[in-house]
Design a protein around this ligand. Structure first.
Ligand code: IPD
Length: 265
């Protein structure tokens, strides 16, 4: 049986190699969109595909019995009980435009529970890592800081991260929820990478996060970073899922989550 630490070590090794590929392959200016997915604004580039292919090949070469689920497809069903959940570039729109806020995200789940997660900001090279039951860390060059989500403000002073779906009809509902929330909190941030946003709540750069429509690869690794930093990460009526992801400090989570739900999230 492989430990969470072993799975994290592989996630980190491969995640850093993929981030290097993304840095090397990104041309100057705007990146060409190769295809679209859920809507005409949901972009995929050749570099998303190359990053995912590298990650899948590296991991399955070392662990051929594992399963693999990636944002760009070609999923593999495994037999070992370990499944890798991968976003080869979270924040693809930022990547296309050259906004330095996009990440490679790799999680390992055992029998459906995420036990190890690694997220790396491709441009700043800042890393986030977690092992279930052992903690979460921010790694930045030689710095390795254990994460403990700081004491939060009341909702009226909360800086809340969120994001929007690519499908216009869903966005219209999200815009209504944000319009209700905005007058009741300090402010909203929509920076375009759910994985980085969840890590930022863990580090106290945001006070909470709420988003509807996130896929497993957007939230698997960073959700564990958030949980292991001491945050409550939840969904509509249980664990987070595609319908809803909310994260906040346990001292205020009921209050924050009640507010998010009342606003229509
Ligand atoms: C997206 C980002 C964004 C969120 C979207 C996601 P992608 O992931 O995480 O912040 O608002 O819902 O789809 O498409 O860049 O991997």
């Amino acid at each position: 049986m492989t430990s969470g630490q072993d799975l994290l070590a592989l996630a980190r090794e491969v995640g850093l190699e993929a981030a290097e590929l993304v840095r090397q392959r990104r041309p100057g200016g705007r990146v060409d969109v190769a295809a679209t997915k859920s809507s005409s604004t949901d972009a995929v580039t050749e570099i998303d595909r190359a990053s995912e292919e590298l990650i899948r090949t590296r991991i399955l070469d070392r662990r051929p019995d594992d399963g693999f689920v990636g944002e760009e497809g070609n999923d593999v069903t495994g037999s070992s009980g370990v499944e890798w959940v991968v976003d080869p570039i979270d924040g693809t729109v930022n990547f296309v435009y050259g906004i330095p806020c996009y990440a490679v995200s790799i999680a390992a789940a055992v029998d459906g529970d995420v036990v190890a997660g690694h997220v790396v900001n491709v441009v700043s090279r800042e890393e986030w890592a977690a092992v279930r039951g052992a903690g979460a860390w921010r790694l930045d060059g030689p710095d390795r800081v254990r994460l403990a989500a700081p004491d939060p403000p009341p909702p009226s002073h909360a800086l809340v991260g969120t994001g929007f779906h690519y499908v216009p009809e869903i966005r219209a509902q999200q815009a209504e929820a944000v319009a209700r929330l905005l007058p009741q909190v300090r402010d909203i941030r929509r920076t375009g990478s759910a994985a980085l946003n969840l890590c930022e709540v863990a580090a106290g750069r945001l006070d909470a996060f709420v988003e509807q429509g996130l896929m497993p690869w957007d939230r698997a690794a960073a959700g564990l970073v958030a949980t292991e930093s001491g945050l409550v990460v939840t969904g509509l009526d249980g664990p987070p899922d595609e319908r809803l992801v909310m994260a906040a400090h346990p001292a205020v989570s009921e209050e924050y989550f009640g507010l998010f739900r009342a606003c229509g999230f």
